[in-house]
Design a protein around this ligand. Structure first.
Ligand SMILES: NC(=O)c1ccc[n+]([C@@H]2O[C@H](COP(=O)([O-])OP(=O)(O)OC[C@H]3O[C@@H](n4cnc5c(N)ncnc54)[C@H](O)[C@@H]3O)[C@@H](O)[C@H]2O)c1
Length: 353
């Protein structure tokens, strides 16, 4: 099923209001989720409304809560208490506070406490880059990933995101990925579609390599990307973001199941001329695009962030795909909450050029 962005935002916002969010907050969270769908990351798109509703009903997320900046820290050290609000609101407050602080401090760091799932981490570093800052983020998450050489779930998918200002704010450079070999949501999407996954992503409950996404949900674990290197990054993010935010390491039985998140902002203009920096980034982009394709049949090199912008342009034109199982789950939830269901969208064309 193809869905348009406007329709998906209206659907998601209506559902979030029924869950107890204010209209303003519901719109912010809905837009954030739909941006993930538009950029080809359906794992972090509106399908997340199903677990979000469960978290609200379990009392883990407070849909009416508003995050707040904790007073008394030095200006460059921001602490945001998410108060178990939707994580997108907590990360958004982190970004707006960094933008306020960084003109005086040049560099500022926000640590997000009691922060629930923020969705696509890249959204928040991109917001910093669009204001002339380098944005860096990393986070820990609930344990789903085995330590390198082990098979027990001890680490989260622990994503990191980096964004730099470019000369083209419609195509900023954004590096944004999980340190697990795949984001957990992508496994769920593959499982919903009845697809297998490549080797190297999942262990089954006995610690054997598996290509069946269902094995993960039957007590298996995810692997980190890049063998011990991805594992090392995951450990660093778990300890730094987990301990600074007081969430704790995901491996600790006392871990509180929130997403310890760190956002860093560097004011480019405090170090070099921002215009020169943007020009250098564009020169880099041009050199990458000019790189000969590895094989005659491949399309050549892109800079990070570009695949998402290309996907977004197509999805804004044609709509984005929602798996049948996801649509069924979303419509069931909407029915339970008394919100309008997700109707079929009829695109002008299903053919991408
Ligand atoms: N909130 C959370 O707890 C959490 C946890 C894990 C992941 N996530 C989010 O899930 C999303 C997906 O993560 P993922 O690990 O599946 O990402 P991924 O493996 O799809 O990698 C995406 C990154 O790689 C770049 N990229 C992909 N193909 C490229 C190409 N051909 N050339 C150049 N660059 C290319 C993209 O621009 C992007 O920066 C991210 O937005 C991440 O923040 C969130």
């Amino acid at each position: 099923m193809l869905v348009t962005a406007d329709h998906a935002i209206a659907f998601a916002s209506g559902l979030l209001r029924q869950l107890g969010a204010s209209g303003e907050d519901a719109d912010v969270v809905a837009r954030s989720l739909v941006e993930s769908d538009l950029r080809g990351h359906g794992s972090h798109g509106i399908r997340r409304l199903v677990p979000y509703a469960e978290q609200v009903s379990d009392g883990l997320v407070d849909p009416a809560a508003r995050p707040a900046v904790v007073p008394g820290t030095p200006p460059a050290a921001v602490v945001v208490d998410g108060r178990d609000a939707f994580g997108q609101l907590t990360a958004g407050l982190g970004v707006t506070t960094l933008l306020e602080r960084v003109p005086a401090t040049a560099v500022a760091v926000a640590v997000l406490r009691s922060c629930r799932h923020v969705g696509r981490l890249g959204e928040f570093v991109e917001a910093l880059a669009n204001r002339g800052l380098v944005g860096i983020a990393f986070a820990n998450a609930d344990p789903t990933v085995a330590p390198w050489g082990g098979r027990d779930r001890m680490l989260g998918t622990n994503p990191t995101a980096w964004a730099v200002p470019s000369g083209d704010d419609t195509a900023p450079l954004v590096v944004d990925f999980a340190t697990s070999a795949t984001a957990e949501g992508k496994l769920a999407v593959a499982r919903d579609r009845g697809e297998s996954v490549p080797p190297g992503l999942v262990l089954d409950a006995a610690g054997a390599d598996s290509t069946d996404p269902a094995d993960f949900y039957a007590g298996g674990a995810l692997l980190t990307f890049g063998a011990h290197k991805g594992y090392g990054l995951s450990v660093a993010f778990d300890l730094v973001a987990g301990l600074l935010s007081r969430t704790g390491s995901a491996s600790d039985p006392a871990y509180d199941q929130t997403f310890g998140t760190v956002l860093l902002a560097l004011d480019v203009g405090a170090f070099v001329d921002l215009g020169d920096f943007r020009a250098d980034v564009e020169a880099f982009r041009a050199r990458v695009h000019a790189s000969a394709p590895r094989q005659a049949t491949t399309g050549g090199a892109l800079v990070p962030g570009e695949p998402e912008w290309k996907a977004r342009a197509l999805a804004l034109r044609d709509g984005f795909e929602i798996a049948e199982a996801t649509r069924t789950a979303l419509d069931k939830l909407a029915d339970q909450l008394g919100a309008p269901t997700l109707d079929a969208h009829h695109p002008r064309s299903k053919e991408h050029p």
